[in-house]
Write a protein that binds this ligand. Sequence first.
Ligand SMILES: Nc1ncnc2c1ncn2[C@@H]1O[C@H](COP(=O)(O)OP(=O)(O)OP(=O)(O)O)[C@@H](O)[C@H]1O
Ligand SMILES: [Mg+2]
Length: 647
Amino acid sequence: MEFEPEAANNPFERLIRENRAGQENKPWRGSFLDYLELVKEHPKLTELSHARIFDMIMRSGSGEILDTEDEHTRRLYKGHSLKTYPFFNEEFFGIDETIERIVRYFHAASLKGEESRQVLYLMGPVGSGKSSLVEKLKHGLEELPPFYAIEGCPMHEEPLHLIPRQLRKAFEDMLGVRIEGELCPVCRYRLESEFGGRYEDVPVVAKIFSKRHRTGIGVVPPVDPNNQDTSVLIGSEDISKLDLYSEGDPRVLDLNGALNVGNRGMVEFIEVFKNETEYLHAMITATQEKVIPAPGRHGMVYVDTCIVAHSNEAEWQKFKADHTNEAILDRIVVVKVPYNLRLSEEIKIYRKILDRSDFRAHVAPHTLEVASMFAILSRLEPTGKCDLMTKLKLYNGEEVVEKGRVKKFEVSELREEVKGEGMSGISTRFVMKALDRSLSESPEGITPIHIRETLIRMVKESDLPDDNRKRYLEFLQDTLHKEYLAILEKEITKAFVYAYEEQAETLFQNYLDHAEAFVNKTTVKDQNTREELQPDEEFLKSLEEQIAIVGSAAEGFRQDVIGYLWAASRRGQIVSYQSYEPLRDAIEKKLMNSVRDISRIITKARTRDEEQQEKYHELIQNLLHLGYTPYSADVVLKYAANNLWKD
Ligand SMILES: Nc1ncnc2c1ncn2[C@@H]1O[C@H](COP(=O)(O)OP(=O)(O)OP(=O)(O)O)[C@@H](O)[C@H]1O
Ligand SMILES: [Mg+2]
């Protein structure tokens, strides 16, 4: 067989060849006249930076937070209108208010309101997602179709700037777009010297936003205060060329500052207030006046970019306290980025970060939940209305039962009590470090027990203020210890009770039949014998006493249950044993009690007889179904034996 290089099956070679073929597919290039044709057809090509970013976000659509089947979300946001943006939804959790605020900024700015001349400033505690939010925006730009720029312009400037003043109105009318901005000194010079002023001949190219290539995306890290050289922002004069050209010749310019390269897109200022005030003035003029100074004596340069800055609250407070900064403060739109305070969403954050990491070890059920509970407890302000764990559950959209009744106050009441909740506490990074550490220490997998131990160790080692450390240890050693045992007992019961859901459902239906008959003073028809029976009060009591409803309270409770479920089914909801939280609690507790003895005997036993052995095997099998591995099932069962059913 003859050797044919084209047919080579070497995958490396194929990849290289395909890649090269892709590169040969050169980006669009044409004359200014060609560009005008394009604009006529697609006026959006000339969008300014804020509008471009707003459209980018809206390409993924928008929704309403209440448009969901999720009962917890519906409960939590009842009566509120909050927009959601799928552009952010897959990566950001529990900060919908923040995201809505950010999008509102871009919306107003896209309409060229005052906000288009202000800096968007994200302020929040460490690890609350500020950098990631900005990263998401930058990445979004990189995924956009190309934008068009004057070829060779260091600032990728809008080709329409080539149109002289006196003709702009006519062009605007013909194209149906607004033309804003002036040529940069470099392009102005080239127009005259290279093209003899014939701007219709100036070539235009399509460009892709790129952070790495500094195309339409500029980043300004905090600068060493002793070396605040504005060239980082606005470029510089090339000293080696100063001898070659006369003073004021734009050929000496290196317009490669962040505000130059970020023209058309965005410029990010990291830890913005670490910079000297002088430095910030360049940022403010860039956004307020849409011009920046050119280095040396080259006048001002028009820029169109969206400035996004971020830092933590301490720096913001320090900056704000200095009244000489008032002028700057007035030109900043502050958006707070607090920590998420909703348990279900916190779990999603760690799931996301873990999925992106290389850790592949097993994470047992409830591990991320326990870690997340810790993070959220640390962020909550205490309230006189309930304990912190209850507050956590209410903030999660759960119903909380107290003395047989659903607690009757609204989350908004709790929220109004405190200002600035979520601006302090344990950061996502702290919890991630604990997870990483547990995972590397326990390659067989981690359980809530591991993560709690690691968190305890890390809190002890940390240099937190003493009172915080004490509070955090209390959460871990007391609150979460108890909470986890409650979770674990329920879990083991589920694994123990044959067809748990079915049994719970049967108890629920029976309770309803008998409670209804009791309340309405009627009888219950026996399913099998079709006899009319008196309601079985003993049975009703056996469930009610699980949640300490005894004596005269029982009658009210039965009425509550029937009333609640009537209302629910009238609304067309499917009712199940989970519908009414207090009753669900009672049913679960009853089931737990029914297997408590046998669970204890079997999990504690060193030697098991044949029947026990079989039951134990079944228990393990069910735990595997619930997502455990043999290792993690063994760990949690031992823990249960030692802590749950102490003799
Ligand atoms: N609400 C959230 N939803 C999704 N991910 C989040 C959320 N909050 C934090 N994260 C994740 O936590 C990690 C840390 O976030 P990030 O680095 O963006 O924080 P930051 O606010 O910039 O912190 P710093 O002030 O220390 O720079 C990231 O992986 C980020 O994606
Ligand atoms: Mg950051």
